[in-house]
Design a binder for this molecule. Sequence first.
Ligand code: NGS
Length: 292
Amino acid sequence: AGQFNLTVSPRTYQPCCKFRNRFRSVGHLKININKSIDLDELRKRNQGVKKGGFWTPHDCPPRSRVIIIVPHRNRWSHLIQWLAHYHPILQRQKLEYRIVVTEQVQRNLFNKGRLYNAAFLECERAFDFDCVIFHDVDMLLENDHNMYWCYNMTRPRHLSPAVDKFRYQLPYHILVGGVLAMTRHMFKRVNGFSNQFWGWGGEDDDMWGRLVAVNTTVDRPHPTIGRYTMIKHRTRKGERNFMLTYRLVLLATSGSRWSRDGLNDVRDYCKLTQVAHEPLFTHFVFDVGNQP
Ligand code: NGS
């Protein structure tokens, strides 16, 4: 039983925050995709945010200590919209949080699993947190009652079951992509994400296999609350088709691979090349190695 004691501090359940939050969160949010917003303007609007994108409530103890990891590649305009959208929401939710943007040096295929794993290990080294949220940069929350924390120690929470692109319906039962919250302990328990998925897709389906392997799956908010707008972008069709067979072969072996492929070997592939404590986020850049 002792193994779960570390993840959520008793401070988390202070009634003060619960009570206040009722009045502060606003429920349904209007999504404003404002392309002209710039970083300076955003900084001015978020002066309470500390360097590295850290914020903690002053009027009561935080409900949870959360790291939000956002992988990013060539999508600065999305990232700015993301930051503009989420900083105020997370503050209304009375969380202690840090935004971590993780990027790769390589300009060719993306490896999201490696970026997530490597960023998580850097966070473990440098910061104190209970809960980690893996977040796509193109997903904008439509209802701030969807809490960005981990209240169940053993069941991660798939926060994004209802996305506009899929007409607000879960496209398939095992989907955990988009926005996924889990305790720090749980992420280590499943050995993180696989390091072997290149290009778009698959690493999230593989995560489902890992959760099943440790006898858990996910909770989800009600679809009226777990609602997101996906910022539109061109799909890299070539990348998708090229990798499909490869992804399916890997998925077939999730159950036997998970304990060898993940957090425990990501350092064999990834090197941290840059760290910056920007005003609204911590920025890690990794050399993620090359596709075999
Ligand atoms: C599946 C992908 C997932 C992805 C999901 C939704 O096909 O990684 O689509 O993607 N699985 C495989 O490729 C094996 S979305 O349209 O939201 O970008 O998360």
